[in-house]
Design a protein. Structure first.
Lengths: 537, 137
């Protein structure tokens, strides 16, 4: 526009459009024309200056707006090019989230990639620019979190491509987002859910929880009293293991992991002195942890958590008992009625209490299992009398779930239903109660156990023992078929602890197993069963 | 180019995963699909098919297998004159990021995360075909 005006003026002044050859006849006219033209140029120049200033200010404004938008998002934005150096643009939040001002630094510097991994990281970046694989798919393989020096901060990283006119990626935008509060909120919600679950669990199994409290106190005391010979070491290991199982049964995640940790350290320590010191410290800290747990839940738990033994009894049971007393003809008969009606409880009911524990544990192991199936009789027992068995059950089930029941994929591949089956049967014969616990898992792999014994210098035994003798070894200290130690079992303590508890009751324990079919544990306990007495009376 | 007539080898020690993949590929109309349960068997089958004149056109490869891991198979193929251009897709679990990346750097063409769906598989194959076209062009 303006240049057109200029050229019009030029034509008017000199009679031609191009100033190639201008013949001038009158000098004064030329001077006038030139000065007119100069004024015109001057005017044009000023006009353009104003326009440029206007455009500049527009540009500034949109730049400021862009900065404001980017900075107000509270996210760290940065761009890096094919040389992996950050371009001179980064949002202010980078200083907070990434703890540096990225421009000019390499992206691996900004993300604090450890020296031994830089090469790997750089190859990943190069592949991003190559796009041999789809950008999003490859970006998903890169670092997704920034390791902030404040460990509580959770900074998530995302990557987006910037493409040029030819469709090729010329730079990559990295977006850092602060997820700390979201993460904290989720964690808090999970903790709350766990807590609710715990309370529900306790309220549902009040009697069991009361026992648990008593058992835990007894075991913590016992730990404290250890005097340190080889037996004590094994016993402490077993105690910690059982406490872990019990805590886990009630969903006490913290207590469980404390026990697990204590157990790990104990196994790692080489000399006796440091083991003793460790255990003293453990018993004190467990005591403290346990007390504070009960204290913090006292309002809800009320009397349940009191150490003295208590038991809830249905009023109808009490009336029946009174009726029995009224019609009794001898003291013996009253004692029998007391034992039968007040103290005894159905075996199936006792075992069914472990369903929640079993399904929870299975979920932790990424497995599925159905509620316990019962077969055979349903004898009543006096709970007090088989308490050692009850406190060892979590260990037994943990072993079954960890080593017996396969993961869903494996079960399906073997043509089994996705959820494992645990079947419990009771049978009473002449003062003996037989409990059989059968699973449909993968069974005990005798071949791999043989190899294990061989590698442990028991070649003769490995060669000559029968399959059954090999299988029976699962009850020995230090034998585990697990390839790695899980939090659940697998330190070679589990089944030996179960056996110890059964022996304490004067019972026997046996195992039968077939690879691919499953394992059956049979426990026989000498027992005066209240039902038998009634039958006899 | 990977067409519906492509010969495909699925390598995974778990029957379930092979079945899952096979079902997807069936749905997509592929006709020639074979199985191998570990790395050694895979290499054996690749060579055998090659010597019979009916080589495989695509390999789905699990990461974690007995005898030879997925990455060892990738390394073997890329070092061999016969299989250096064979398209390989790693089949992986969510948690194996680093291993997948290592396999990609060693020459695997792409990866898919279990469980596999036909849609994702289709997108992956399209992408590989594009890359193959570029290579030829």
């Amino acid at each position: 526009m303006h240049s057109k005006r200029l050229s019009r003026q030029f034509k008017k002044s000199f009679g031609v459009t191009t100033p190639a050859r201008v013949s001038v006849k009158n000098q004064s006219k030329l001077t006038e024309s030139l000065s007119n033209f100069c004024a015109m140029i001057e005017e044009e120049y000023q006009r353009m200056e104003v326009e440029i200033a206007g455009a500049n200010s527009n540009f500034d404004q949109s730049n400021r707006l862009f900065d404001a938008v980017v900075n107000s998002l509270g996210q760290g934005f940065l761009l890096f090019g094919t040389d992996l150096i950050c371009l001179p643009f980064a949002s202010k939040t980078c200083r907070d989230l990434l703890e540096c001002h990225p421009p000019g630094k390499t992206i691996s510097e900004v993300l604090k990639i450890p020296p031994e991994e830089v090469e790997f990281f750089v190859s990943w970046c190069r592949m991003l620019f190559d796009e041999r694989i789809k950008f999003e798919d490859l970006a998903a393989l890169g670092p997704s979190q920034f390791i902030h020096s404040d460990v509580r901060r959770v900074v998530q990283l995302e990557y987006k491509p910037c493409r040029g006119g030819d469709g090729k990626i010329w730079s990559i935008v990295m977006i850092a987002t602060d997820k700390t509060s979201e993460f904290a909120a989720r964690k808090e919600a999970e903790e709350l859910e766990d807590h609710v679950k715990l309370i529900m669990n306790i309220l549902r199994n009040k009697n069991r929880f009361r026992q648990f409290v008593a058992e835990m106190r007894r075991m913590i005391d016992e730990l404290d009293r250890m005097s340190w010979n080889e037996d004590d070491f094994a016993t402490s290991k077993r105690l910690l293991h059982t406490m872990k199982g019990l805590s886990s049964a009630f969903g006490l995640a913290k207590l469980k992991s404390s026990c697990h940790q204590a157990e790990t350290v104990l196994c790692d320590l080489a000399d006796r002195d440091s083991q003793i010191q460790h255990l003293k410290a453990v018993s004190i800290s467990l005591q403290f942890e346990f007390d504070s747990l009960l204290e913090s839940n006292r309002e809800i738990l009320g009397d349940i958590a009191r150490p003295e033994s208590k038991r809830e009894i249905d009023t109808t049971v009490l009336y029946n008992f009174l009726h029995a007393i009224a019609s009794a003809s001898s003291k013996d008969e009253i004692a029998r009625a007391y034992r039968h009606q007040i103290l005894s409880i159905s075996m199936r009911k006792l075992f069914a209490d472990y369903d929640a524990y079993i399904s929870d544990l299975a979920a932790q192991l990424g497995k599925k299992v159905e509620p316990i199936r019962f077969v055979g009789e349903d004898p009543s027992v006096v709970e007090e009398e088989i308490r050692p068995l009850l406190s060892t059950l979590p260990q037994l089930f943990a072993n079954t779930l960890d080593h017996g029941i396969e993961p869903v994929e494996e079960r399906l591949a073997a043509g089994k239903p996705p959820a494992g089956v645990i079947e419990v049967g009771f049978h009473q014969v002449k003062g003996t109660l037989r409990i059989s616990i059968r699973d449909d898992g993968k069974g005990i792999d005798v071949t791999s156990l043989r190899k294990k014994f061989e590698s442990e210098g028991q070649a003769k035994f490995a060669r000559e023992a029968s399959d059954q003798e090999i299988i029976n070894k699962i009850f020995d200290h230090g034998v585990s078929t697990a390839k790695f130690i899980s939090e659940v079992s697998g330190r070679g303590v589990g089944m030996s602890a179960v056996k110890d508890d059964v022996l304490k009751l004067g019972g026997e324990i046996n195992v039968q197993s077939r690879v691919g079919i499953g394992t059956t544990i049979t426990i026989e306990l000498p027992m005066e069963l209240p039902m038998n007495e009634k039958a006899a009376g | 180019m990977i067409t519906k007539d492509a010969r495909i080898l699925l390598v995974d020690d778990l029957n379930l995963i092979r079945r899952m993949l096979r079902q997807c590929l069936d749905e997509m109309g592929f006709k020639y699909i074979e199985d191998a349960t570990d790395g050694n068997e895979a290499i054996f089958k690749l060579s055998k098919a090659r010597s019979k004149g009916v080589p495989f056109d695509l390999l789905f490869l699990d990461w974690n297998m007995p005898n030879k891991t997925g990455i060892e198979v990738v390394e073997y193929c890329r070092a061999s004159e016969l299989f250096k251009d064979l398209p390989i897709i790693m089949v992986t679990a969510e948690a194996e990021k680093k291993n997948v990346l290592r396999a990609l750097m060693n020459g695997a063409n792409d990866y898919i995360v279990k469980p596999v769906s036909a849609d994702i598989l289709r997108a992956k194959l399209d992408h590989i075909n594009e890359q193959l076209k570029k290579k030829v062009g």
